[in-house]
Design a protein around this ligand. Structure first.
Ligand code: FAD
Length: 519
């Protein structure tokens, strides 16, 4: 019988042989001499696994997929490309949850970051306790894994995106926003240190004090300055439970001013720990908010309100975290908060859930949608940051204007953020006002309505432009340098300078379509 070792050697040799035959012309043949060559694959399963993303709006096949077993392997690959006479692009892929092919690398190599967690590299999250506790997490880690590892120490990250199955490197390359960001700032404001592999193949440890240009550049840097392989993430004591509250409004002014009131409360002990919100365009969309939260009779009641209202209704969402000792304090706090808010009388709903279930709530939706075959559909999503002074204008022109008749499947999120919690040195572009709103159109094209929804997104962008609403795209998608320059505004020259410094041949994350690869 063959021992496992023999079997592995034969398999590796066979794989190398097959790969040698199919190494695409766009890649230099010298690659075959590297010890990491066996970590490259061009088989149909590997290629199709990276050919699209969550958006499911476009496809692109790379020259090869790379399965590294350590960050050093990635460094070797990038360094090889950088010094080759025939350089190729390299794009890290977390879970491919981008919308517009941001993780594509046409004719280049896609790095399957998740392979780090399964290789020899010990990438599990390491927690350090103390007055300023932190977790060192691999860039390929899912946030749910970071949460589970930190909970073992009674700790957790301070801020989460709504969905915990994206990777650490993937969200930090954008910003990582969620309901806790009003107080804690985005995820990029809650990182102490990074390991980054630059476009020359150098592995650099950076922080606010050490190589700050790379640190600030990589956070929100759309993968342009390096591959994040480790992040030191700030933690806080974990609570056990969440009092999850949802309030319904029919008046946008009352809704937004209540949201703004809630995000002005600095102390976690007297306000909500999480504040978000939604716009429900008409009664047809009320069932879409059901999830595990509302009962059937709640949904009927809200549907009746939406039908009478003949216009959008708004849902304010808050959560206060607590544990056994603070349970009665939270009772008092939430009661007093609700007394100060102006929602529709009789339309306050509340649910006490384990904190992990609250944080992982979108995964529950994912499971339901997957079982119905509705998860991997096209997602023409559009995410915007809208300045506070323009949000009512935005509401009347868009929610009450062009989207009046929209009955599509999906959600519209809307919640305010405090600019002072963001660091202007970081790459991400945001509006200049102290408060700005995150507005996310999270459509699922399940009714043959992809063209209609994409067309509506374009109209939303045109309205922002025509009426000077000064919106910024979040998770941006542009295809030419002039639009990118406009997007980054004053930050553009720094962005370009950092690119020249850290990725001089523009090899990294070409799917963002910001820079063209240089030979
Ligand atoms: P990918 O899609 O694989 O990559 C995205 C980009 O980042 C690519 O350009 C890629 O090259 C680059 N990249 C990936 N890994 C690295 C790395 N290690 N180092 C450097 N660059 C890298 N975002 C929020 O902020 N808040 C939310 O609440 C939120 N909710 C979401 C809910 C769902 C269901 C989905 C699908 C997405 C959501 N997002 C949210 C968006 C998500 O944060 C981004 O799409 C994120 O980039 C996804 O991470 P990923 O690992 O899938 O990255």
């Amino acid at each position: 019988t063959l021992s496992f070792l023999h079997f592995t050697i034969i398999l590796t040799t066979l794989t190398s042989f097959v790969l040698a035959l199919v190494l695409p012309e766009s890649l230099p043949s010298e690659l075959q001499a590297l010890d990491i060559f066996t970590e490259l694959a061009t088989d149909p399963v590997s290629m199709s696994s990276v050919a699209t993303d969550f958006g499911n709006l476009s496809t692109s096949v790379p020259a090869a997929v790379f399965y590294p077993s350590s960050p050093k392997d990635i460094a070797k690959l990038i360094h090889f490309s950088y010094t080759s006479t025939k350089p190729f692009t390299v794009s890290p892929r977390g879970v491919g949850h981008s919308i517009n092919g941001q993780m594509f690398a046409p004719d280049g190599i896609i790095v399957n970051m998740l392979s780090l967690g399964h290789g020899h590299y010990d990438s599990s999250t390491i927690v350090t306790e103390g007055p300023f506790p932190y977790a060192d997490a691999g860039g390929e880690q899912h946030w749910i894994d970071v949460l589970n590892a930190t909970l073992k120490h009674g700790l957790m990250p301070r801020i989460f995106t709504d969905y915990l199955y994206a990777t650490v490197g993937g969200t930090l390359s954008n910003a990582g926003i969620g309901g806790q960001a009003f107080r804690q700032g985005p995820q990029i404001s809650n990182v102490y240190e990074l390991d980054v592999i630059t476009g020359t193949g150098e592995i650099v440890t950076c922080s606010r004090d050490r190589e700050p240009d790379l640190f600030y550049g990589a956070l929100g840097g759309l993968g342009q300055f390096g591959v994040i392989t480790r992040a030191r993430i700030a933690l806080e004591p974990a609570k056990k439970m969440a009092r999850w509250v949802r309030l319904i409004y029919t008046d946008v002014k009352l809704f937004t001013s209540d949201q703004e009131k809630l995000i002005s409360i600095e102390k976690s002990s007297s306000g909500f720990d999480y504040v978000e919100g939604q716009v429900i365009l008409s009664e047809a969309q009320v069932p879409g908010i059901k999830s595990s939260f509302f009962s059937d009779s709640d949904i009927e009641k809200i549907t009746r309100l939406a039908a009478q209202n003949q216009g959008p209704i708004y849902l304010l969402e808050g959560a206060a975290y607590y544990d056994d000792i603070t349970a009665t304090i939270v009772d008092g706090n939430v009661k007093s908060l609700l007394e100060q808010l102006n929602y529709e009388s009789g339309f306050a709903f509340s649910w006490d859930v384990p904190l992990v279930d609250f944080l992982d709530r979108v995964h529950y939706e994912e499971t339901v949608l997957r079982s119905l075959g509705l998860w991997l559909v096209p997602h023409p999503w559009l995410n915007l940051f809208v300045p506070q002074s323009k949000i009512l204008d935005f509401d009347s022109r868009i929610f009450k204007g062009i989207l009046k008749e929209n009955k599509a499947a999906g959600l519209i999120l809307i919640y305010p953020l405090n600019r002072r919690k963001w660091d202007d040195n970081m790459s991400v572009a945001i509006p200049t006002e102290e408060i700005f709103y995150a507005v996310s159109f999270l459509w699922s094209a399940v009714a043959n309505d992809l063209d209609i929804l994409q067309n509506e997104n374009n109209q939303v962008l045109s309205i922002c432009e025509d009426y000077k609403l000064r919106c910024k795209e979040y998770l941006p998608h542009y295809t030419n340098p002039a639009d990118w320059q406009k997007h980054f505004g004053k930050k553009w020259s720094k962005f370009v300078a950092r690119k020249q410094k850290f990725d001089p041949k523009a090899l990294l994350s070409p799917g963002q379509q910001i820079f063209r690869q240089l030979q």
